[in-house]
Design a binder for this molecule. Structure first.
Ligand SMILES: Nc1ncnc2c1ncn2[C@@H]1O[C@H](COP(=O)(O)OP(=O)(O)OP(=O)(O)O)[C@@H](O)[C@H]1O
Ligand SMILES: [Mg+2]
Length: 333
């Protein structure tokens, strides 16, 4: 019976995988079933923690400041939650802008901010029996008043020093964010984990890339911003050595307005260099974004009927579509 099931299983492999299995079996001189067993073992070793848990992890990054990173993460969270998803937003910027967007004043210095989650895990926190006594990741997760489907891990200025400390530890420093994200995934509570980053491509952002499934890059229509996108992609390539499944979700243009000469200069450059990564939807420059910031709300919640909100809806459609396609390519759905 077991043998029959095994045969059925190997027959249901895609043509591509079946061909690879044939090749491996021939090369190793082992039966196909044995090769499959070994492959599953290897997968289990490497990916067991990730495979069974939900939480698509997307970080937004570029070293160019003021390019709508925080505004966009807040908008994505709001839209994805309205579509029925449970979302955790993680603020990893010492400025704490995302935290204030969701009702947490970064000057209040909350005990359960992301910096303490990092420090707690940097220490060897075990009791005399070797049992892990870190505060569970749940301790660092706060609800938001805005939506029962959106939770947050907040940040504040102390994170600056925490990051320095974290990055000085060349071994644990690179994996600590990954550890935190894995703990969150293991809660099996969130469909999306959205991470806002500071305007930097330093080691702390590299640690976030290593913890993420996808990176999304905003570009404003000005030349320096395209350099920022380029550098973010270079960093992604480096981080893939530690996180081979890291993918570029895409690049989107933001703060555009049609009569802007710079937009017409930069857009062809983006098209030529990153056409397949470029989202079709562009986010317009709009005073509504600033007004929403002043109201401490995502722009899509504060001005849901305005053009900028509709554009963010379209952008999230494209993001979801790309994620779905990726999953299909990988045979996950
Ligand atoms: N589409 C837009 N049109 C006009 N203003 C915008 C738009 N998006 C964001 N802004 C405003 O631009 C400023 C920078 O936006 P935001 O804070 O989202 O950028 P950021 O990339 O997160 O910045 P930082 O690099 O400092 O973290 C804010 O004042 C915000 O309200
Ligand atoms: Mg920001």
């Amino acid at each position: 019976m077991a043998v029959k099931n095994r045969k059925r299983l190997s027959m249901s492999l895609s043509f591509h995988s079946a061909a690879k299995l044939d090749k491996l079996a021939m090369k190793s001189g082992k039966p196909k079933a044995r090769v499959l067993d070994t492959a599953v073992d290897a997968l289990y070793e490497r990916k067991e923690e990730l495979m069974d848990h939900k939480g698509i992890t997307i970080c937004i990054a570029t070293n160019k400041g003021g390019t709508s990173k925080t505004t966009s993460i807040a908008a994505f969270a709001d839209i994805l939650a309205k579509r029925g998803n449970r979302v955790l937003v993680v603020d990893t910027d010492p400025q704490g802008n995302l935290s204030s967007r969701f009702g947490y004043d970064p000057s209040e210095m909350h005990q359960n901010y992301i910096g303490n989650a990092i420090l707690d895990r940097m220490k060897m926190n075990t009791d005399e029996h070797g049992k892990d006594i870190h505060k569970p990741v749940d301790y660092y997760i706060n609800p938001t008043e805005m939506s029962p489907r959106i939770d947050i891990i907040v940040a504040d200025i102390r994170l600056d020093n925490t990051f320095k400390y974290m990055c000085n530890d060349s071994i644990r420093g690179t994996t600590i964010m990954k550890k935190i994200v894995l703990e969150i995934k293991k809660l099996d509570r969130y469909d999306y984990i959205l991470i806002d980053t500071r305007p930097s491509l330093g080691n702390e952002v590299a640690a976030i890339f290593i913890a993420s499934d996808y990176v999304i890059i905003p570009v404003v229509p000005a030349k320096d911003s395209t350099y920022g996108a380029n550098s973010a992609m270079q960093l992604m390539i480096t981080c893939r050595e530690s996180n081979p499944s890291l993918k570029l979700l895409g690049i989107f243009l933001t703060m555009t307005y049609d009569r802007n000469k710079s937009y017409h200069e930069v857009f062809p450059f983006l098209k030529e260099n990153w056409d397949k990564h470029l989202f079709k939807t562009t986010i317009p420059r709009s005073q509504d974004a600033v007004n929403a910031e002043n109201r401490a709300e995502p722009v899509t919640a504060a001005y849901s009927n305005k053009k900028i909100a509709k554009k963010y809806e379209l952008l999230v459609n494209e993001m979801e579509e790309r994620i779905k396609q990726e999953a299909t390519l990988n045979g996950n759905v």
